[in-house]
Design a protein around this ligand. Structure first.
Ligand SMILES: Nc1ncnc2c1ncn2[C@@H]1O[C@H](COP(=O)(O)OP(=O)(O)OP(=O)(O)O)[C@@H](O)[C@H]1O
Ligand SMILES: [Mg+2]
Length: 291
């Protein structure tokens, strides 16, 4: 990841980047052993010459759901994509700072992208099952992509386990050979959660996972998030304040002032952020006065 010369922020960020820890994430193939601590340290991001995030630091503790809230365009998705190294695949995109998974910098040289993505999974706004694959094949689709080896005999157990964890097993157990595209939108999103879980992530990132779903499916996904919390650290972007209050224990409010990069105004326990915000801009946002 290159950092361009230029503004003070970029130069400072470049110095921080050079000082990054060289410790690797644990060896590939290590069995998933529960939720991990994720820390973003002074993260900055650019698209070309435009800086979109400035000095974002956030600790995302294990077994905790962290909600990222804030108006459109303030950099929530960009931040989320930096957390599993998706930002670097955008042409012209750059970043600085560190992202540490259980203390180890995921950007340290020598880390394979596929290893990072196996440990830190992503669920997107629009459910995206592979339409030509069956429900069972969709669950295991990520194994080959992340070089995760599972014997044939273990496969059906894995499919069942992941569908149970994603809260979908009861609805699909009699039609595992049917195409994933034959499910409802909410079921497809839970199938995508099952697919993300199949590679044994320690962290699950979710970018507005319910925004395309009806209220009943949304509730079902929220139940799934609550059930998964003890097994995997969750970071969720949402525009729905009630959802953030229902599902998260910690929240961070992002804001980008006119012409300035986005950053965190305030973060902390969700209850504090919603009921006792320190910054008046947080109070205005959570009470729906802007954004
Ligand atoms: N691929 C890209 N190329 C150039 N600029 C981009 C790109 N993706 C995002 N941006 C810009 O980066 C800034 C942050 O965008 P981002 O998508 O992270 O915001 P967001 O908070 O997720 O917004 P929303 O709530 O609408 O999803 C915006 O100004 C956006 O226009
Ligand atoms: Mg977004």
């Amino acid at each position: 990841m290159t950092v361009v010369d230029g503004s003070d922020a970029q130069a400072r960020a470049a110095r921080q980047r050079r000082g990054a820890s060289a410790r690797d994430v644990p060896d590939r193939g290590r069995a998933a052993d529960g939720p991990a601590q994720l820390d973003a340290v002074e993260v900055c991001a650019w698209f070309g010459d435009t800086q979109v995030l400035e000095d974002v630091s956030l600790s995302m503790p294990p077994a905790t759901v962290t909600a990222l809230i804030g108006p459109s365009g303030c950099g929530k998705s960009t931040f989320l994509r930096i957390l599993n190294r998706m930002h670097e695949s955008v042409p012209g995109a750059q970043l600085a700072g560190e992202v540490r998974l259980d203390g180890a910098d995921i950007y340290a040289s020598g880390n394979r992208l596929t290893d990072v993505r196996r440990r830190i999974g992503m669920v997107f706004q629009k459910p995206n099952p592979f339409p030509a694959m069956s429900i069972a094949e969709n669950v295991t689709a990520g194994l080959a992509l992340t070089n995760t080896r599972v014997s044939k005999s273990e496969r059906s157990d894995l499919v069942e386990r992941c569908l149970v964890r994603a809260g979908l097993w009861g609805e699909v157990k009699d039609r595992l050979g049917r195409p994933g595209s034959a499910l409802s939108g909410g079921q497809q999103q839970r199938l995508c959660i099952a697919r993300a879980l199949a590679v044994g992530p320690h962290v699950l990132l979710m970018d507005e996972p319910c925004s395309a779903l009806d209220p009943t499916s949304t509730r079902r996904i929220e139940e799934t998030i609550a059930e998964l919390r003890t097994e995997v650290t969750i970071v969720i972007v949402t525009h729905n304040m009630q959802q953030a209050a229902r599902v998260s224990q910690q929240a961070a409010f992002f804001l980008a002032s006119q012409g300035s990069p986005g950053g965190i105004v305030e973060s902390g326990a969700t209850d504090d952020l919603f009921n006792r915000p320190v910054d008046p801009r947080t109070a205005d946002y959570v009470h729906g006065r802007f954004g």
